[in-house]
Design a protein around this ligand. Structure first.
Ligand code: FMN
Length: 199
């Protein structure tokens, strides 16, 4: 059975985090042997969730198989001896980016990302801020040089999105692509755009 770790930090983008978790849950069922989704949510993310979504924190947590307290440094994702197949931080705040880029983590999410890098496993950082300062850019470069994939949630308009959910689905699918999870969420270039599908 495969295992994936999702970290949610306190940047804007909770609807994307929800779409990613739902997509990963559905895609995991289709994987041979299945997959387990482990979730770590920062304190700030809980605050942003309440502001950006009608979803209750319990409903968000219910989308994962295992939820770890962000203050629990003894949880499995804090150790490299606990194998997994990839971690996504979605959304990734500039504060969490900085902690990961410089190895100065202060919660389980940071520690799990740090471990993912040192074990040379896939780490996708869905960094969210705009505009970005030189500090943010330097931290993105440092994280990329350490092995992370920097993936700002930029819409793919070539997919002809007709709704916000279309944009979220495409972004979530492209994030899953990065950790090798086959999915039908992302529109594929060369295949019929959704708008045409509806005609
Ligand atoms: C509604 C709301 C939206 C926010 N959006 C962002 C954002 O897009 N990017 C960012 O870096 N920080 C954003 N912040 C600030 C972070 O939540 C703050 O820096 C926090 O310390 C991040 O902590 P964490 O990285 O441990 O989750 C936002 C805060 C709130 C309340």
């Amino acid at each position: 059975m495969k295992r994936f770790v999702v970290g949610i930090s306190g940047a804007s983008g909770m609807p994307l985090a929800v779409t990613l978790l739902r997509g990963l849950r559905d895609a995991a069922r289709a994987l041979p042997g299945g997959a387990q989704v482990h979730l770590v949510v920062s304190d700030a993310a809980r605050q942003v969730l309440a502001l950006e979504s009608d979803l209750r924190a319990e409903d968000l947590l219910a989308l994962a198989d295992v939820v770890h307290d962000a203050r629990d440094f003894g949880a499995p994702p804090s150790s490299g001896s606990w194998p997994h197949d990839g971690m996504m931080v979605c959304p990734c705040s500039m504060s969490t980016l900085a902690a990961i880029a410089h190895g100065t983590g202060s919660n389980l999410l940071h520690r799990a990302a740090d471990v993912t890098l040192k074990e040379r496993r896939p780490l996708v950082l869905v960094v969210r801020e705009t505009p970005v300062s030189r500090v943010h850019l330097r931290n993105m470069l440092a994280a990329a040089e350490a092995g992370a994939v920097i993936m700002p949630p930029c819409p793919g308009f070539y997919a002809r999105p007709a709704s916000v959910q279309d944009i979220l689905d495409h972004l979530a699918g492209r994030i899953l692509d990065q950790i090798g999870v086959p999915n039908a969420l992302a529109a594929r270039w060369g295949e019929a755009p959704r708008e045409m599908d509806r005609e």
